[in-house]
Design a binder for this molecule. Structure first.
Ligand code: C2O
Ligand code: CU
Length: 480
């Protein structure tokens, strides 16, 4: 547990300001915080890392695949030897992966078998407003709603997660999140690692009590880090290249990921699919909602050796291990990373400029307003090319341990990061993005075109404790 001394040590020692702003700012989390007992001990590498199940269509037509999912409470083993009751899509955490092919529709019937309202948002999806899972378009307990996803967008790892008004942080934390993978011809033709060498890593934090109870609370009280639903697992890999699709489903924390030996990896994609060219990196910062698509070459390791993926932004006293890769014998590897991965759409030139300021004090706001589903904050026209300047207003108290990070996410369309603090995009900003990180005081400029569908959409901080508390706005896209 954090005490004041650890807190200061963490803030001073980690070089990452603002590790523990959570104590004050995740109102939703504190409101629903239950009386906690002792967390179960965290024991790294006690589980093999599972792969999320793949959802099978219940019907396939020449143009569409039809799926059925039921949200329900499920009892799962997340920490070794304990059973935890979580909220799931289809009985697993993370929920099953929906594999979509560009040009084929996916129709998903979602039944709410839980006792709370839900709304299913496809994060990164280019979909009609009525299929976007808006906060007020909820599915009542016992009801079913059908979402239609056209899949007329480039190959990318998206994810579906809860978005019910004021409930999204708790519902997602309690397990309502799953992957949605779109593939296309262009990507399939590339010689990248495929099949069982293309692996999702869904990373998130959790708190499991000594008796197995799974609770939603502040991230500084969440000592368990899960990959694909198991606490700090190990994964056996062959000595060859793997494509790892990192998705952070953390609700209120951000991760700094690197290999413990400092090994380099190649980033090939971001939120909105493949980059134009690969980038060599040795660390990354990942906020809840962001996806980072990387290729790691394990042939550099001897058979029998291991390498640990660690979290450089673990809190004071927290474990840093995330996942251990155990390398077994050499394998054939026909895969490679081409120097040209994809063609990104041209960066739009702005017809319209807008500004957004994200504030923590006195409340979680955007442009000093709390989210109101009945208020239109931005009205724009279909086809509008825009540049949005988004700032994380520094809190008025100069205390390193209370600086609050935010992020910014747009529904319907992705964006390009034009610059960060006036200096060109940062290392985490490459490619098409739909969620960006904003450290205290930072400003990013984002370019996007509001295309495809007219209707009501959202933009918000993807620290879901913040959006649940009101750090969200409504954008209405109208036909010209
Ligand atoms: Cu991933 Cu509006 O959310
Ligand atoms: Cu925020």
């Amino acid at each position: 547990m954090l005490n004041r001394r650890n807190l200061l040590k963490a803030a001073a020692g980690a070089g990452a300001v603002g590790l523990f702003p959570w104590e004050r700012v995740t109102a939703a989390a504190s409101e629903s915080a239950v009386a906690m007992g002792d967390a179960a001990p965290t024991t790294p590498f006690a589980h093999a890392m599972p792969l999320p199940p793949v959802l099978r269509p219940s019907v396939s037509t020449p143009t569409a695949d039809v799926y059925r999912l039921r949200m329900a409470e499920s009892s799962l083993e997340i920490v070794k030897g304990l059973r935890s009751t979580v909220r799931t899509y289809g009985g697993s955490l993370p929920g099953p992966t929906i594999k979509a092919v560009r040009g084929r529709k996916a129709i998903v019937h979602q039944t709410n078998g839980l006792a709370v309202d839900t709304a299913v948002h496809l994060h990164g999806g280019h979909v009609r407003s009525e299929d976007d899972g808006l906060p007020m378009d909820t599915i009542a307990p016992g009801a079913t709603r059908t979402y239609t996803y056209p899949n007329q967008q480039r190959a990318a790892l998206l994810w579906y997660h809860d978005h019910a008004h004021h409930l999204e942080a708790e519902n997602v934390h309690m397990g309502l999140h799953g992957q949605y993978l779109i593939t296309d011809e262009q990507e399939r033709r590339l010689p990248l690692p495929k099949g069982r060498y293309d692996v999702p890593l869904v990373i998130r934090d959790a708190r499991v009590e000594a008796d197995g109870a799974f609770v939603y609370t502040r991230p500084s009280d969440c000592p368990h880090l899960l990959v694909n639903g198991k606490e700090r697992p190990y994964f056996t890999v062959e000595a060859r290249k793997y494509r790892l699709r990192v998705l952070s489903a953390c609700v209120n924390r951000y991760l700094g990921l690197r290999f413990a030996d400092g090994a380099e990896f190649t980033q090939i994609g971001a939120d909105g699919g493949l980059l134009d060219a690969p980038v060599t990196r040795d660390s990354m910062t990942v906020m809840g909602g962001e996806r980072v698509d990387i290729v790691v070459d394990f042939s550099r390791y001897r058979a029998g050796s291991s390498v640990v993926l660690e979290n450089t932004l673990a809190g004071g006293g927290e474990r840093t291990e995330v996942l251990r890769f155990d390398v077994v014998g050499a394998a054939e590897d026909p895969s490679s990373v081409p120097s040209l991965l994809s063609t990104l759409p041209p960066v739009p030139r702005a017809d319209v400029e807008r500004e957004f300021v994200l504030r923590t004090y006195p409340q979680m706001t955007i442009n000093d307003k709390l989210y109101d589903p009945a208020r239109v904050d931005v009205r724009t026209t279909l086809g509008s090319n825009e540049v949005w300047t988004v700032t994380n207003a520094e809190p008025p108290i100069a205390r390193p341990d209370f600086h609050v990070w935010h992020s910014f996410h747009t529904h319907l369309v992705p964006f390009r990061v034009l610059d960060r603090n006036g200096r060109g995009p940062g290392p985490d900003d490459a490619g098409l993005k739909d969620t960006v990180t904003l450290a205290p005081g930072e400003t990013v400029r984002l370019a996007m075109t509001w295309s495809g569908y007219a209707g009501t959409y959202l933009y918000h901080c993807h620290q879901l404790g913040h959006s649940s508390s009101g750090q969200m706005g409504r954008i209405d896209v109208v036909a010209p």
